[in-house]
Design a protein around this ligand. Structure first.
Ligand code: NAD
Ligand code: MG
Length: 388
């Protein structure tokens, strides 16, 4: 706990409040986090906010929260006091008043901020899963050097963290990550080939940013999450399974060596894993999310993944197993293909096809340091643009 500002708890006990920097504060996770923090003002204060280009929304957030640091990465407008450019992310992530850095940026753009925060000894509440996919080993090394730690925001990984409790990985037989299946769970191949952008953005259980919503439709998101789980929990890929669970109530499960399976459940709201990432290993009272009603949530069902219909998942799993720069190539090819799909310049089915081709061409590139990984990232983006 920091020696920052003092707050008073409900029972009058004074305690230190923790400083939170929010990277990507104007996005789906960022705005959800501010909703959570508005109910926890005794415990946390917002010390830094950054956005990509939405100056008007960022100014509103500054007026509401009075952070010490505000950064706008791109775009005009905003205030003279704001930091500008990509350095603003690292500036917020390493701000001296920040105890916790919520990285809610989308894509590999969040990488340097995560590494810098870990190096500076911060807790990183990580929504930006792409960080761990591109550079899981570098993040672990930065945390070891600087004393920082990653606590996941992703609902599946928050679930696994909660299921693990005090157990270490030697007690774990298998992680079982649940997937909603996305909007195309039941679509046949002919229908999938004609899927439109509007179809892909129509997620059945979660309301999220556009990139992750498309990732959930292709199941690329589940591949990113398997790789994320591998690096977060140190579990080999052959002991991480994915199962489709359309209701998004069981957020994931851990099977232990004695055969017992522990699952974590709750209403599908990101407010729960966001708060837990801030307070872990503690739990704090919060009444902001509707109470869980098992009868209303019924029935809970599970299905196998249709790998043939959603090849992006298999490509990502193969990239994870291959290691080196392959996960970075997978992530960058996916980011570029999704961007083209969102611009109406690529079909839904082409996303997975281009990812597979990019991995065939570039998946053998060496990993290693940040520069090698960023070179692989750039090569994969260029490959997908050239073959669009
Ligand atoms: P979003 O698009 O709604 O928001 C992204 C935020 O990042 C915005 O504030 C935007 O201004 C900022 N941003 C975008 N590009 C940037 C760049 N190049 N540099 C700096 N800032 C940039 O996305 P989201 O749905 O909030 O997702 C954010 C991250 O959280 C993603 O990694 C996503 O996979 C992960 N995640 C999201 C959810 C969810 O429910 N939305 C759930 C689990 C994980
Ligand atoms: Mg998730």
């Amino acid at each position: 706990m920091s020696d920052g500002a003092r707050g008073a708890t409900a029972d009058g006990v004074s305690q230190a409040s923790q400083g939170v920097a929010i990277l990507g504060s104007t996005g789906s996770i960022g705005t959800t986090a501010l909703r959570v923090l508005a109910r926890q003002r005794d415990r946390f204060r917002v010390v830094a906010l950054t956005a990509h280009a939405n100056a008007a929304q960022l100014a509103e957030q500054e007026d509401a929260w009075h952070p010490a640091f505000v950064g706008l990465v791109a775009g005009d407008g905003g205030r003279a006091s704001w930091e500008r450019g990509t350095d603003a992310l690292v500036g917020a992530a390493t701000h001296e008043e920040a105890d916790i850095v919520l990285n809610a940026v989308v894509g590999a753009a969040g990488l340097d901020a995560t590494l810098a925060a870990l190096e500076a000894g911060k807790r990183v509440a990580l929504a930006n899963k792409e960080t761990l996919v591109v550079a899981g080993e570098l993040a672990a090394a930065a945390a070891a050097r600087g004393g920082g730690e990653i606590v996941p925001v992703d609902s599946e990984h928050s679930a696994i963290l909660q299921c693990l409790g005090e157990h270490d990985r030697a007690d774990v037989r298998r992680l079982i990550i649940t997937a909603s299946g996305g909007p195309f769970r039941l679509w046949d191949d002919a229908r999938l080939r004609a899927a439109t952008l509007a179809d892909a953005l129509n997620h059945p259980t979660w309301s999220m940013g556009r990139k992750i919503t498309v990732d959930s439709a292709t199941l690329a998101n589940k591949a990113l999450e398997v790789i994320e789980a591998h690096f977060l929990f140190g579990i080999p890929y052959d002991r991480i399974d994915v199962v489709v669970h359309p209701q998004s109530v069981v957020h994931s499960m851990v099977e232990f060596v004695d055969g017992s399976v522990v699952a974590q459940m709750g209403v599908p709201s990101m407010e729960l894993p966001i708060l837990y990432a801030l307070t872990w290993p503690e739990r704090v009272r919060d009444d902001g999310v509707p109470r869980f009603d098992p009868v209303a949530a019924s029935p809970l069902t599970f299905e196998p993944v249709r790998h043939d219909a959603f090849p992006a998942l298999g490509h990502g799993l193969a990239a994870g197993r291959a290691g080196g720069a392959a996960p970075a190539v997978f992530n960058a090819a996916n980011e570029q293909a999704v961007a083209l799909f969102l611009e109406g310049r690529m079909t839904f089915a082409d996303i997975a096809t281009r990812i597979g081709e990019a991995l065939d061409a570039l998946g053998g590139l060496p990993g290693g340091d940040r520069n090698a990984l960023l070179a692989a990232d750039a090569a994969a983006r260029a490959f997908v643009r050239e073959h669009a």
